[in-house]
Each structure stands twice: as structure tokens, then as C-alpha cells.
Design a protein around this ligand. Structure first.
Ligand code: SAM
Length: 256
């Protein structure tokens, strides 16, 4: 592709093209999904589940393997939702799994209609407290929430890490502070656990780097592409240096 065709590439275009073919758009794993599901009371074929900020729906389709209810995956990017719906059709799960375009800040569901809200790697985009408060009203009494959120794992908060997450629009809290926030938002705290490092490295950074390297060849010389690659390289390096201080944590709660 020549410079003329690539000069209008935006960061969002590149982000989408990098992530569209990946199984996950953020750190996570099937083992963590199974572990989190272990804390939920059994759901059934009538259960209504929403996966918010689902991306291309790797974990949405995994949930459909374990849960027999209906699942709606919601994301702001139509490309991701198209991919989820295409994969659901291929896996013959489209009778129970539907992707919809929408905003996590203005959910299109009826109040008290959901048995489970799932959300991996997305809630910090709108704020942990803001997300939990808004989503609470859509859950039935006794319904569950299971979300991952980047969190401080130590009291020490290296400035460089704090700056990185602030620049990305996310404010990290410690696990104990997030549990208190969850309780204040009207949930009974059920469990929390930190995602292992492999969820970041093997399952996310490595496939993402491969995708970026291909795009660096495809869009050779494009400045936005190079800037995007540099930002991602910095994020990976930061995590490898400071992973003892921060990580994604699964928080599971129940509406009381
Ligand atoms: N849950 C997927 C996973 O774990 O692989 C995707 C995680 S990715 C880090 C965050 C996702 O949240 C992206 O797909 C992004 O489009 C979506 N997102 C961010 N802000 C959103 C908003 N306000 N409303 C809907 N989706 C949003």
C-alpha cells in the first residue's frame, strides 16, 4: 500500500486492525474465566447475561460454552461486533449469542433484567465506580457481576506506572479499595483474584506484537503506525519492569 492510501490512517484504525484478528483485545485467559465462573451460583437456560466491552468476543463465546443462557456482547466498535456475530454463526451459537453495538455508559437493557454482567478489561474506560453504579440497576436481585479491572497490587505506586494509566484515562485503585467501592455500589463482595502474568504476556502482548509487526510492514514508513507500535512497545516494557505493582484483578459481586 502506498503513502497516498495510508496517510489518513488514524490510531483507532490501527488499533482495530491490530486487534480484529486476536482472540483477546486485553489480558485474560480461559483459566481465569473458569475460575471466576466457579464463584457464581449455577445459572440456567433462562439466564440472561451481558458481556460489556466484549471486543471480538473471545470470552463471550467461552462463556457460551459454560453457560446455557442467552448472552449479549456489547461493544462500541462495529468491526468487533461483526466479528463476534460471524464467529457465533460459525460456532452455531448465534441462537444464544448476539453482539450489539452500544455504550457501556448507557446500557440498552431493561432494569433488573440480567442475571449476570461480565466485563473483562473494559470497565476502567468509564471508571470502576461509575460502571458498577450504572450497571447495578440492570441486574436482578441475586444477580452477579464479574469484572476485571487494572489495580494496584502493592501500596507502592511507581510514578511512571501511575502516569501511564492516567494518560490512558484509567485511575488505578488497590484491591481493598475496589472491594469497598463495590460494596458501596450495592454489591455483596464474593471474591477477587489477580490474573497471572501469562494473561498479559503469552495471551495478549505476544500475539499483539506479532500483529503490529505485520502492520509495520504493510504500512511501512507511516508515522502514525510507528507511533502506535512505539506506544505498545512502551506498555509491554513497563509491564515487564513493574508487574509486581499492578495487574488485572477479577472482582466478583452479587446484588443484594
Ligand atoms: N473484553 C475483551 C477482552 O477481554 O478481550 C475486550 C477488552 S478491550 C481491552 C476493551 C473493550 O472495551 C474494547 O473492545 C473497547 O471497544 C470497549 N469499550 C471501551 N469503552 C467502551 C464504551 N464506553 N462502551 C462500549 N465499549 C467500550
Amino acid at each position: 500500500m502506498g503513502e497516498l492510501e495510508t496517510k489518513h490512517l488514524s490510531m483507532v484504525d490501527i488499533l482495530l486492525e491490530t486487534h480484529i484478528g486476536l482472540e483477546r483485545q486485553g489480558p485474560g485467559s480461559s483459566e481465569a474465566v473458569e475460575q471466576a465462573l466457579g464463584f457464581l451460583k449455577p445459572l440456567n437456560q433462562f439466564s440472561k447475561i451481558a458481556d460489556l466491552g466484549c471486543g471480538t468476543g473471545g470470552q463471550t463465546l467461552l462463556l457460551a460454552k459454560y453457560l446455557s443462557g442467552t448472552i449479549i456482547g456489547l461493544d462500541m466498535f462495529s468491526d468487533f461486533i461483526d466479528k463476534l456475530n460471524e464467529n457465533a454463526r460459525k460456532m452455531k451459537l448465534d441462537n444464544r449469542v448476539t453482539g450489539i453495538i452500544g455504550s457501556m455508559e448507557k446500557l440498552p437493557f431493561q432494569t433488573k433484567s440480567l442475571d449476570l454482567i461480565w466485563s473483562e478489561g473494559a470497565i476502567d474506560n468509564i471508571g470502576f465506580k461509575e460502571g458498577l453504579s450504572h450497571w447495578h440497576g440492570f441486574l436482578k436481585k441475586g444477580g452477579f457481576i464479574a469484572v476485571t479491572c487494572p489495580s494496584w497490587l502493592t501500596e507502592e505506586r511507581p510514578n511512571v506506572v501511575e502516569r501511564f494509566w492516567n494518560d490512558a484515562g484509567s485511575q488505578l485503585e488497590t484491591i481493598s479499595d475496589n472491594i469497598k467501592i463495590m460494596q458501596k455500589c450495592g454489591y455483596q463482595f464474593v471474591a477477587s483474584f489477580a490474573l497471572p502474568q501469562k494473561c498479559w504476556t503469552e495471551n495478549y502482548f505476544i500475539p499483539r506484537e506479532k500483529a503490529i509487526n505485520k502492520l509495520l510492514e504493510k504500512y511501512a514508513g507511516n508515522k502514525i503506525m510507528m507511533e502506535y507500535a512505539e506506544q505498545n512497545r512502551y506498555e509491554t516494557e513497563l509491564y515487564s519492569k513493574y508487574s509486581q505493582h499492578y495487574g488485572y484483578v477479577f472482582y466478583i459481586g452479587k446484588v443484594i
